[in-house]
Design a protein around this ligand. Structure first.
Ligand SMILES: [Ca+2]
Ligand SMILES: [Ca+2]
Length: 198
């Protein structure tokens, strides 16, 4: 490589590092999360009679979160509540969102190439949609590998009670592609660490 080319590579690398993500890898520095931590008080409830579907209840760097109808496989819908509870589902902090027959719509501040979130599923079915597509009313781990053009990977591990009986599962969903909006809901379901990469 000529000296000129080497200088060019160094300059481009420096410019990339300094574009808002200086000092660390672009992904680590620029990923932003909705983690349901303070200053949201434990016990804060979203949905129910306090709001109507479509109401934005959180505004963060990652985007906005609104409360939405939860669709059942029969075609009927519910609009119950989501409550901030503790402990969290891992990572820093100690609060999560318990989701009971309601859905949350995350409208990202900017299109993202990767979204991840953690969940606990203790029963019932879920709602999932991406970029405004059709709402899936099955279980998250049964989602197809691609939904509305976005690649979906779901990791789960079983939760056992003291008698060794499986009572639910913990999991992580990873979406890759061009993501603008994610809808997720559940019945006996918790959500945490909704993270958006640039
Ligand atoms: Ca949390
Ligand atoms: Ca389920």
């Amino acid at each position: 490589m000529s000296t000129l080319n080497l200088r060019l590579v160094v300059l481009i690398t420096l410019a990339w590092l300094l574009a808002g993500c200086a000092g660390m890898s672009k992904e680590k520095q620029c990923t932003v999360c909705i983690d349901f931590e303070q200053p949201i008080a434990p016990g804060t409830a979203f949905g129910g009679s306090a709001q109507t579907p479509g109401t934005v209840v959180l505004q963060r760097a990652a985007g906005t979160m609104s409360v939405e109808n939860f669709l059942h496989p029969s075609g009927t819908s519910s609009f119950n509540r989501a409550v901030v509870s503790s402990p969290g589902l891992g990572g820093p902090g100690n609060q999560r969102l318990d989701v009971n027959n309601i859905s949350l719509r995350f409208a990202l501040a900017a299109p993202s190439r990767e979204v991840t979130f953690d969940f606990t599923d203790l029963g019932g079915h879920e709602n999932f949609a991406v970029n405004g597509g059709a709402i899936d009313t099955g279980n998250l781990e049964a989602l197809p590998a691609t939904v509305n053009g976005v690649a979906v990977t779901v990791f789960t591990a079983p939760i056992f009670n003291s008698g060794g009986v499986q009572v639910g599962k913990v999991g992580k969903v990873r979406l890759t592609g061009q993501i603008r909006e994610v809808l997720v809901g559940g019945q006996e379901f918790s959500l945490d660490n909704f993270c958006v990469a640039p």
